[in-house]
Design a protein around this ligand. Structure first.
Ligand SMILES: NC(=O)C1=CN([C@@H]2O[C@H](COP(=O)(O)OP(=O)(O)OC[C@H]3O[C@@H](n4cnc5c(N)ncnc54)[C@H](OP(=O)(O)O)[C@@H]3O)[C@@H](O)[C@H]2O)C=CC1
Ligand SMILES: CC(=O)[C@@H](O)[C@H](O)COP(=O)(O)O
Ligand SMILES: [Mn+2]
Length: 384
């Protein structure tokens, strides 16, 4: 029996993790659930999975939850509550699936507590890749990727000599706006941007997919997770999201991982690695698909992808600033306060004003995050 904590249980990855649990009664136990403010969904989950502990973002949500749950389920809140869920003594694997920078501290705490990490929260490695990988190594903790591309690469690397690697090829769907020219992006609506062609995900990552910031964050995530230089990480447009990513070797051989676009597959692999368990998902039928399509990913069409490479190469606090400015701009777009194209202008402007600190401490990173959020909020407010 493996015991898990699910951070971000009410979200897209969190719910799909619980779907996986449903398929393996008796093999996976949920000891802790953590979410933000969706009390109704968290109550339902807590009553079904009977964890020892549930965590929510604030006191008000915690009080509402306590009214609904039996006293045997401990309810905690705030950053401390999230950390209590991440470090619950009985937990073996922590599924880190909170969205955004809020995922960093609980993931670090889980590493320090010796938990295996099933990592969906890519922002953790974007903000603090050097520090997080060092902590994991020191504690002997495995960080197993949930992000579909990284799970694919991780699978392609099994049994291979990493010194013989030529490059990683991350596939990208191109997002909801992929068939529009840059001129046509000026007046797109939130609904247009959220209509991802292949994946049903939370709003933030879906917007990032349309700007390709998601792929930029994933390039940085891959750099830290697999220890590969940016010069050896490429992005390839692939409309169908069937090839989840590939690894090219020095002899010209390319190994790819394929599957239907269903996040339960990489989620479960992170929970069962190095084993594989059966999973009921729609099978991949290549004959029905007929063809797979590829195209180069253009930095002119997707300037945030270029900016992410630049920030990754600059290193230090630069990726944390990129991430924080992007979170603020995306939220403002989702609230209807700024047009779609303002996201990239704001992020580029904030990054250009930042002088990165090399080899940053956790407090340097948190300060860079705070500064970038403030700078991005000022930029949002200045948009008429
Ligand atoms: N969805 C996907 O298919 C994929 C997602 N990812 C990554 O996984 C992560 C989660 O994405 P996704 O599931 O789509 O996001 P969602 O927006 O669907 O879910 C986010 C979750 O985080 C919780 N949350 C938000 N803020 C806080 C906070 N301050 N404290 C505690 N919990 C909080 C939310 O709680 P509540 O709703 O209760 O407020 C919710 O449970 C992201 O980093 C994303 O990039 C990676 C690959 C694929
Ligand atoms: C499912 C998943 O891993 C997402 O992060 C996905 O990568 C989004 O798709 P694109 O960024 O390729 O549109
Ligand atoms: Mn991904």
């Amino acid at each position: 029996m493996k015991t898990i904590a699910v951070l971000g249980s009410t979200g897209s990855i969190g719910r799909q993790t619980l779907d996986v649990v449903d398929q393996h009664a008796g093999r996976l136990r949920v000891a802790a659930l953590a979410a933000g403010r969706n009390v109704a969904r968290l109550t339902e989950q807590a009553l079904r999975y009977r964890p020892d502990l549930v965590a929510v973002a604030d006191r008000e949500a915690a009080e509402a939850l306590r009214r609904e749950l039996p006293p045997s389920i401990r309810v905690v809140h705030g950053e401390e509550g999230l950390i209590a869920a991440a470090t619950h003594p009985e937990v073996d694997v922590v599924v880190s699936a909170v969205v955004g920078a809020a995922g960093l501290l609980p993931t670090l705490a889980a590493i320090e507590a010796g938990k295996t990490i099933a990592l969906a929260n890519k922002e953790t490695l974007v903000m603090a890749g050097e520090l997080v990988m060092r902590a994991a190594k020191a504690r002997g903790v495995a960080i197993l990727p949930v992000d579909s591309e990284h799970s694919a690469i991780f699978q392609c690397l099994q049994g291979e000599n990493r010194k013989r690697l030529r490059r990683l090829i991350l596939t990208a769907s191109g997002g909801a706006l992929r068939d529009r020219s840059r001129e046509e992006l000026a007046d797109v609506t939130v609904a247009d941007v959220l209509a991802h062609p292949n994946w049903q995900m939370g709003a933030k990552v879906t917007v990032d997919s349309a700007t390709m910031m998601n792929k930029g964050l994933e390039v940085i995530e891959a750099h830290w997770l697999f220890g590969v230089d940016y010069a050896h990480i490429d992005v390839l447009l692939h409309r169908e999201s069937v090839i989840h990513s590939m690894v090219e070797w020095i002899d010209g051989s390319v190994i790819a991982q394929l599957g239907t676009p269903d996040m339960r597959i990489p989620i479960q692999y992170a929970l069962t690695y190095p084993d594989r368990w059966a999973l009921k998902t729609p099978p991949l039928n290549l004959a029905d698909l007929g063809a797979l399509h590829f195209a180069p990913a253009s930095f002119e069409r997707y300037p945030l992808l270029a900016l992410a490479y630049e920030c990754g190469r600059r290193g230090g606090t630069a990726p944390a600033v990129l991430n924080a400015a992007n979170e603020v701009a995306v939220e403002a777009f989702l609230q209807g306060r700024i047009p779609f194209l303002a996201i990239e202008r704001i992020v580029a402007d904030v990054c250009a004003r930042h002088d990165p600190i090399a080899g940053p401490s956790l407090s340097d990173i948190l300060e860079a995050d705070r500064w970038a959020r403030e700078a991005a909020r000022t930029a949002v407010a200045a948009i008429p």
